[in-house]
Design a binder for this molecule. Structure first.
Ligand SMILES: *[C@@H]1O[C@H](CO)[C@@H](O)[C@H](O)[C@H]1NC(C)=O
Ligand SMILES: *[C@@H]1O[C@H](CO)[C@@H](O)[C@H](O)[C@H]1NC(C)=O
Length: 191
């Protein structure tokens, strides 16, 4: 009988340890709050974060096909966010300096293509940023790149999560959106 409280205590301690481990900063799973804390306490910069994710994309995307293209201006945007923070300005929102991937059917008027995964739209130029892209930019988010969608939002009757440009996404949650992707923080996907 005397073993029971001991076992219970051990179980509680194991649970508590697991919870602490979950709360610890983990760059792959970092929340907006944890990232902003890192920015403000000086342990993290937007440039370091963007470099980390670009490296993950370069290493894992040949297997996962989750990202259709990376933004050649991502590091410049990160540097700008770092400079804004260093200038002492305050009042930034939670997205400031945080890299996000936009689904490839969200229009961006920049060097990224917007193609809904289709070769037919490659090289086309959109008239302006989509509302969500414009708001993210205004909030200082770094547009890291475009994620690989189900082409034409699954209009082409091929396997889910497939596009002609990006191939088969191995991290699809069933809807064709690479939301469950572990190579980049799942919170940073805008689908
Ligand atoms: C600084 O921020 C990082 C990232 O969120 C966090 O892990 C760390 O505990 C913070 N350090 C302090 C002293 O607040
Ligand atoms: C956009 O598509 C063109 C091909 O039309 C390609 O050369 C270019 O590298 C693409 N942009 C990016 C950022 O990958």
């Amino acid at each position: 009988m005397s073993h029971l409280p001991l076992q219970l205590a051990a179980a509680i301690m194991a649970l508590a340890a697991a919870a602490t481990a979950c709360r610890a900063f983990q760059i792959e799973e970092a929340t907006f709050d944890a990232i902003q804390l890192g920015f403000s306490n000086g342990s993290l910069t937007s440039t370091a974060l963007v470099r980390f994710y670009l490296d993950r994309v370069a290493r894992l995307n040949p297997l996962l096909h989750a990202v259709i293209e990376v933004n050649p201006d991502a590091l410049a945007q990160a540097a700008r966010a770092d400079a804004e923070r260093a200038s002492g300005r305050r009042g930034f929102g939670p997205q400031h300096g945080v890299p996000v991937l936009l689904k490839d059917n969200i229009a961006t008027r920049d060097r990224l293509n917007t193609t809904a995964g289709s070769l037919a739209l490659l090289g086309s130029v959109v008239r302006c940023d989509a509302g969500v892209a414009a708001r993210l930019r205004a909030a200082g988010a770094v547009i890291l790149g475009k994620s690989n969608p189900a082409e034409w939002s699954s209009f082409r009757p091929l396997t889910n999560g497939w596009s002609a440009r990006g191939g088969e996404t191995l991290v699809s949650g069933g809807s064709g959106n690479p939301k469950t992707l572990c190579m980049s923080s799942p919170q940073h996907f805008i689908a």
